[in-house]
Design a protein around this ligand. Sequence first.
Ligand code: 1GP
Length: 251
Amino acid sequence: MSIYQRLQDDKKNGKKSFAVLIDPDKVRLKQLDRVLELSKKAKVDYFFIGGSLIVNDMLDMVLKSIKTHCPDIPMVLFPGNSFQLSYKADALLFLSLISGRNAELLIGKHVVTAPFLKMSPLEIMSTGYMLIDGGVSTTVTYMSNTNPIPAKKNDIAMTTAMAGEMLGLKLIYMDAGSGAEIPISTEMIDAVSSAIDIPLIIGGGIETPEKALANVRAGADLIVVGNAIEKDPDLIVDIANSIHSMNVTTV
Ligand code: 1GP
């Protein structure tokens, strides 16, 4: 089954998922082993691999390590730029920055990378990427030269996601940016999730199992956590348990 099919089925069945974000720039080898061990134990659903800047050549090494230690957890590239490609992954979020008005990030880079992706074995998932103001200027906001959607403008977030779905994008990823001080509000998640039928990914500044749970309750289908796990890998188990508690069916 394709990864997208799985995401769609899970959405239909109300099953909530958890992705651990690994930034190859920040990886320390010892810590990576621990993150992988805990992810396996916690039955993490996906690894997202990416960062806004890739300044070292750790990408392939990270993918190889994941494949060895957690062969059953799909690896999804979440690229900050067109150089972050590797055929070793399973899928790629083909991100169009629909919250911004930078033509390069809406369609320009895509035209350049399309021929490579067409030849690649990667599953390509078109994704409407929406930056939401998280209280601090993040690397993505700076690098993309765009303004994020203001944190309280739920209607703008909602109509942007609706337009993305109507354009045929397969996923919506709302991101307050890595290390956001203020994660996306449950009110905004609720507004957006009730306006679209495609899976909704939420990330940026999520640091506690409680916030992860509140987000899935509000309508998020997949929660992404990076920064908090880098600081404390043990959080993987607590966050996974709290997200997956939504999937327990009572007979
Ligand atoms: C960033 O959504 C991801 O693009 C995750 O954010 O690193 O703050 O968890 P954090």
